[in-house]
Every structure is written in C-alpha cells, then in structure tokens.
Write a protein that binds this ligand. Structure first.
Ligand code: ADP
Ligand code: MG
Length: 326
C-alpha cells in the first residue's frame, strides 16, 4: 500500500511484528524505549484479540457465533469501533457495511479457501448483510445480531483504530515523533526534526510493495489506502479483490485501482478509504467534499489520478506511467 521513505535521527531501530493480519512497523524517534515498543505492540495485539473476525475466540467472533441467539458482552472499544463503522455505513448508504462478514467468508479472498461462489450463494450471503439490523446496547455493553448467519467484520476500520491507539500511547509516553505503519495504514506523529515534513509514498496499486506513484509531504496526519492489490484471487482471466460491493456481492468495480485518504484520525481514514473505493469517484468525491478536513487521491484503472485540491497540493507524482488529470 504505502511505504515510508527513510527517516533520520532515530534512537532505536524500528520494530516490526505480524499482527492485525499484516506487517506492523513502528518507528519511534527521539525518546523511544524498548519498553514503549513492547507496550504499543501489546496494545495492538489486544485490539486484534478483541476485534478480529478470523480467529475463533475474539469478542467479535463471539458476537458472530451468537447471531440469532443472544446478545454478547464486549469491551467498550469494540462498541466504539463498531459504532464508528455504523456511522460510515449510514453516511455511505450501506456501501461501507461492517455486517459484510458472510460475504467476506464466502469469497475467502486472502485465505486458502478463496473461490468464486455460485450466484445463489452470493444471494444468500447478501440477504444477511444489513448494518441497520445491528443492535447495540450501550448500557449493557452488548452487541446482538438478530439473524443466524449474520456477522461483523471490522477489517476495514480496526487497523485505523489500532493506529490511533498506538499514537495515543506513544504521545502519552512523551515521544513526539513517530511513524506507525500497520500494513500501509499510516499514522505520522509529530513533525520530524527541524520541522521537515513527513514524506509518505503512495504505493503503485499494480505492483507488489516497493514501487510507488508519488509522495505526500505532510505534518501530523494519517494516510490510508484501499486498493485492488492488497489481497486477491485470480480465477481464469478474472482478478477478484477483497473489497466487496454490498449491492451485488462481487468485488466492487468502479474503475478504480486505489483510493488514498488523508485526515487527522486513522479510524476515519481507514473507514473512508474503503468507503470511497466502494462508492467510486463521483459519489466518493461528493462525500469527501461534504466532510471537513478530509483529503483524497483516486487512482483509476487507466492510470489517471484525481484528487481533492488539498491532497494534490501536497502530492508529487514521481511515476511517469501515471498522470494527474485534476
Ligand atoms: P485492508 O484492510 O486490506 O488494508 P481495507 O481497509 O479497505 O483494506 O479493508 C478491506 C477489508 O474490509 C476486507 O478484507 C473485508 O474484511 C472488509 N470489507 C470488504 N468489503 C467491505 C465493505 N463493503 N464494507 C466494509 N468492510 C468491507
Ligand atoms: Mg479501510
């Protein structure tokens, strides 16, 4: 998705661990300690253990196992993240939908059981996808899915929340400069030494990690990309990616290769990058323009690039196969 260009002045080397289904790298600059690295990764692990829908014994998995049976007690932060997901579901008319789990499981993209499902199976799964049916009881601290077979998947938002939490811990420890990269879900904390901006590369969606289309120069911001290249299934001459349309149950096809969102909080950047990818340029751009302090870059299949003025102002295209058209 996005890679970070080299920083300088670090006291301890960056640390990477595989969690939240991806490679998570944290780079603490001035004042970072081994203990702080340990605390931040432990916190990320805790979030994964609560919010993953792939493992069997997480809080979200228990909510899913009890769909149609009974409400399940969850941590306050699961309710917080789910509520934010439901907010984006409402804002996008259900294009973003955290109850997409039955469809995600059916396709299995990114897993060893990935396959192209039958039409009938897709119809069956789609019938179980409806964010409006989720019942949150704030007082009891429970979540209930009323139909058996329903399921919650926070995969499009939990990494963003995790990045915000990492940033909070790092700031509380007094470290004022850090880069948090959860599989391309970036939070750039503080400003670099001498006030130089962060340089954050936007990954080329057509290739594996390592090549990029351009560079963003930013102060403290989160940058998150959703695209066709993260996880996919190739069957015949078709390339199926992992962001699904809740209208037809197939991978969302809007002529886009990727959408990058730049904003202050990573939970919002993460949810919005997925939302905009599903909505496509016209609707997605209208949504971004209606929001304060959110910038976006849309990369199209014909290698044209469009963005909000605030995004293009801080973006330098470095890959001549792409062209900015506005
Ligand atoms: P990634 O997590 O791969 O960086 P995203 O943030 O875009 O990328 O999240 C994609 C994940 O979100 C999928 O793997 C799936 O779990 C979930 N998802 C797929 N389609 C939707 C959708 N329409 N609304 C909400 N979540 C979705
Ligand atoms: Mg996302």
């Amino acid at each position: 998705m996005i890679l970070i260009l080299a920083g300088c002045g670090k006291t301890l080397p960056a640390r990477s661990e595989f969690m939240l289904g991806t490679i998570c790298t944290i780079n603490l600059y001035q004042g970072g300690t081994a203990a702080l690295y340990g605390a931040v990764f432990a916190r990320l692990r805790q979030i994964e253990e609560r919010m993953s829908s792939n493992a069997v014994d997480t809080e979200v998995a228990r909510v899913n196992q009890n769909a149609g049976i009974m409400p399940v007690k969850v941590s306050a932060e699961v309710i917080r993240v789910l509520s934010r997901a439901l907010y984006y579901a409402e804002l996008s008319g259900g294009a973003f939908d955290p109850t997409v789990d039955p469809l995600v499981k059916l396709w299995g993209i990114g897993t060893e059981y990935a396959r192209v499902p039958e039409e009938e199976e897709i119809r069956g799964a789609l019938a179980l996808v409806d964010w409006r049916e989720v019942v949150i009881d704030e007082e009891a601290g429970t979540v209930f899915l009323p139909q058996a077979g329903m399921g919650i998947d926070l995969g499009a938002i939990a990494k963003g929340y995790a990045a915000d939490e990492a940033a909070r811990l790092i700031k509380e420890a007094g470290v004022s400069e850090a880069l948090i990269d959860l599989g391309g879900n970036i939070y750039a904390l503080g400003t670099k030494a001498k006030g130089a901006p962060w340089r954050i590369a936007v990954q080329d969606p057509r290739s594996s990690r390592g090549t990029y289309i351009g560079v963003l120069e930013l102060g403290e911001k989160s940058v998150v990309t959703s695209g066709v290249y993260e996880r996919f299934l190739d069957a015949g001459d078709q390339h199926y990616h992992h962001i699904l349309s809740t209208v037809d149950g197939y991978p969302a096809e809007r002529g886009l290769l990727s959408v990058t969102v730049i904003t202050d909080t990573s939970i919002d950047a993460d949810a919005l990058s997925t939302t905009l990818f599903v909505l496509g340029y016209e609707e997605g751009r209208a949504l971004v323009d209606s929001l304060e302090n959110v910038e976006a870059i849309f990369v199209f299949q014909d290698l044209s690039v469009r963005g909000t003025p605030g995004a293009l102002d801080v973006f330098t295209l470095t890959n001549d196969q792409y062209r900015i058209v506005g």
